[in-house]
Design a protein around this ligand. Structure first.
Ligand SMILES: Nc1ncnc2c1ncn2[C@@H]1O[C@H](COP(=O)(O)OP(=O)(O)O)[C@@H](O)[C@H]1O
Ligand SMILES: [Mg+2]
Length: 263
């Protein structure tokens, strides 16, 4: 019996099965108790291993995507942000836009849910076995500038072109210098019609010339970015501020003002 067990453990290890060894004994006892057939028993074990394997895969891909937090579409309160049409977001969650290498841009002021929605779509994409990479515009530019100094831009570019979905968060919070803007152009050009980008920005397209410090370059970027794309314009109040209000931070306004005047 011990020999059989050892041989089984070895086989599980070779197959890379980690769930079956955990549940084998309880399932065997259950099967004996309920007079299950050998086939039913085997089927149950394998189904559990498949589910566990899928979960492991999703966990690994989620780690590799570098998401800033884990938030799903179901955690998004659409009633709080009526400028967002829920049906449109649910439609985007089918990931047809990723399949067709189209882009998606979320525009709006801070705290309205741009990153949350980008992350939620990223999680859906991972579940559907697309590869995802999340970064902010600032980190992206830093990464490429470092690569520029170490002569590894081509390598970095490849890593940024490869994922099915690249998310570039927070465009527009900082101006880009010349090199940064050109790197940005290069990414958009490389991914044009070959991979999807989700962008988020607090600036409307009209001010993108300022972000890139060059209106000609901004036009070239927007031209490629928007050719096959959807834009979701979010107008409304910041969810963060709503939560603060709920917690009472903003309520005693007059008291706060009084306090400030006294200081
Ligand atoms: N409509 C919403 N329902 C639930 N949580 C929300 C909603 N909008 C924003 N949040 C939450 O508020 C915080 C700020 O949202 P975020 O998406 O990061 O804002 P931004 O638009 O600045 O990227 C996050 O924790 C996010 O999960
Ligand atoms: Mg954000």
């Amino acid at each position: 019996m011990i020999v059989v067990q050892e041989r089984l453990q070895e086989a599980f290890q070779q197959f890379g099965w980690s769930r079956i060894p955990e549940i084998l004994h309880t399932h065997a006892e259950e099967a004996a108790k309920h007079n299950s057939s050998y086939l039913e028993f085997l089927d149950k074990l394998l189904q559990e291993e498949i589910v566990a394997k899928r979960e492991r895969f999703v966990r690994m891909k989620t780690r590799m995507a570098h998401l800033p937090y884990h938030k799903t579409l179901d955690q998004f309160d659409f009633s709080f942000q009526p400028s967002i049409e829920e049906r449109r977001i649910r439609d985007l969650a089918t990931l047809r836009f990723v399949e067709h290498q189209e882009n998606l841009i979320f525009l709006g002021p801070p705290g309205v849910g741009k990153t949350h929605l980008a992350v939620a779509l990223a999680l859906e994409a991972i579940k559907q076995r697309y590869t995802v990479y999340f970064t902010t515009a600032h980190v992206l530019v830093q990464m490429l500038q470092q690569a520029h100094h170490s002569n590894t831009v081509a390598q970095k570019m490849k890593a940024l072109t490869k994922p099915n979905l690249l998310i570039i968060d927070e465009i527009g919070y900082r101006r880009m210098d010349d090199t940064a803007a050109h790197f940005f152009f290069q990414i958009v050009a490389e991914r044009y019609e070959t991979g999807s980008i989700i962008l988020t920005s607090n600036k409307s397209y009209g001010s993108w010339g300022e972000i890139f410090g060059d209106s000609v370059l901004a036009t070239a970027i927007l031209d490629r970015l928007l050719h096959h794309s959807s834009t979701i314009n979010i107008k409304g109040e910041s969810y963060r501020i709503k939560e603060k209000k709920k917690a009472g931070f903003f309520r005693p306004e007059s008291e706060e003002e009084k306090g400030q005047k006294m200081e």
